[in-house]
Design a protein. Structure first.
Length: 403
């Protein structure tokens, strides 16, 4: 009996030592996360734009150094305060009203705003966007504002305004890239160590403890999917297009061939013919057709399913028109889209159905598709009758020059 007790005590001591080692490793990962946070703060403080985050009640959660310098304040003084504590009433009301637009629309908006300086009111071009929690609810509003006061009087000033908007969008892309790239490794470490804890200590923890670890693993997996999509979305906007003559017939044929087993399993017929050869980035445009075709497969609950891929040889679809362009479409007889959702389907991480319904996903596919098409100087739009099916039209401008 005494020997068994000694063995049990030895096992407990070994488990305790192993547990402490795992905790030390997690502490190292936390230190890596702090370093990533410092890198992000350095980026925010050295940009020329005013950057800030407020919660849904308008209380400041973060401002960068440019904000502090311009308005002669510090974050320690601002934290928890609203615009009414900082600016004149009419200015604060305008800021709050614009923030409400973002919260209600749940999408990025570009706005002109006025802010008081020592030499009078200045005009800002603000890119504001909602920030969502793990349940998809808006919990904060972020903003990147560029002072355009001196750029509003002449035609040359209008050109500068467009550049300021591009710079704001680029900074937003850079912000997304840094956040997604630098958080991946610490997040992967947290996921791995949570998995180790589950494997090694499942029999020691009670049911509640195991459930919490399972939740941590599930949420870290989902967050990694969001981060990967955000990272890829930022890359789509950063990398140069490799333009060349491309046979669109071959693109669609190869996609259909790749999806052959799925199409047969779901009894889906795909029709296409007479698609032209165009100048484009073949890899990116292949992704556009693949995203639209796989969506047509996914969102279809009919017994007899079909997909049609076509080309408007007699001209452009008006809503998607672009000069010197080609207009394509992907049509299906699937579940369709309600009228009120036709614009929001192109917003990043926007899903119209439950997290796991229709195969799940992060809701970034159409956002990436739209980004690729816009990089080609084109547009995308959708016609749909709820319950009957959808047609996605998109145009590609062969003579478009990004620069």
């Amino acid at each position: 009996m005494l020997g068994r007790l000694k063995i049990s005590l030895k096992l407990i001591q070994l488990n305790e030592k192993k547990y402490k080692s795992e905790l030390q490793k997690m502490e190292l990962k936390e230190e890596e996360l702090k370093k990533s946070q410092n890198l992000l703060n350095s980026f925010l403080d050295h940009t020329s734009a005013v950057i800030y985050i407020k919660d849904i009640k308008g209380r400041y959660l973060m401002v960068n150094k440019v904000y502090e310098d311009l308005f002669k304040t510090s974050f320690s003084e601002l934290k928890g305060k609203t615009d009414f504590d900082i600016f004149p009433k009419e200015i604060a009301e305008a800021f709050i009203e614009n923030d409400k637009k973002i919260i209600n629309a749940r999408e990025e908006l570009t706005l002109e705003e006025k802010a008081p300086h020592e030499d009078g009111l200045h005009t800002y071009l603000s890119v504001k966007f909602p920030i969502l929690d793990g349940n998809g609810n808006v919990f904060a509003v972020g903003g990147i504002s560029t002072d355009i006061t001196d750029n509003l009087q002449t035609k040359e000033d209008l050109k500068t305004l467009n550049i300021a908007l591009q710079n704001s969008n680029k900074e937003l892309d850079d912000f997304a890239y840094i956040v997604s790239h630098d958080l991946k490794e610490p997040l992967r470490g947290i996921h791995n160590y949570a998995t180790f804890l589950k494997e090694d200590y499942a029999d020691i923890l009670d049911e509640e403890g195991n459930n919490k670890i399972d939740t941590l693993i599930r949420l870290s997996n989902r967050l990694e999917s969001f981060i990967n999509d955000l990272l890829y979305y930022s890359r789509v906007g950063r990398q140069e297009l490799a333009l060349k003559k491309t046979d669109v017939n071959k693109i669609v044929h190869d996609i259909v061939d790749t999806l052959d087993s799925t199409l047969k399993e779901k009894n889906i017929k795909v029709y296409y013919n007479a698609l032209p050869e165009i100048e484009c980035d073949q890899v990116r445009i292949t992704e556009v057709f693949r995203n639209l075709i796989t969506n047509a497969i996914k969102y279809n609950d009919k017994e007899e399913k079909w997909i049609e891929v076509g080309y408007l040889s007699n001209g452009n679809k008006q809503e998607c028109e672009c000069k010197d362009g080609h207009t394509f479409y992907v049509k299906d007889n699937g579940i369709g889209i309600r009228e009120k959702h036709k614009e929001s389907v192109f917003k990043i991480f926007k899903r119209l159905h439950g997290r796991d319904k229709f195969g799940g996903g992060t809701g970034s596919g159409l956002t990436i598709t739209k980004k690729i098409i816009e990089r080609h100087g084109g547009k995308i739009c959708v016609e749909s009758e709820y319950g009957e099916g959808s047609i996605f039209y998109f145009s590609i401008n062969e003579r478009f020059n990004e620069n």
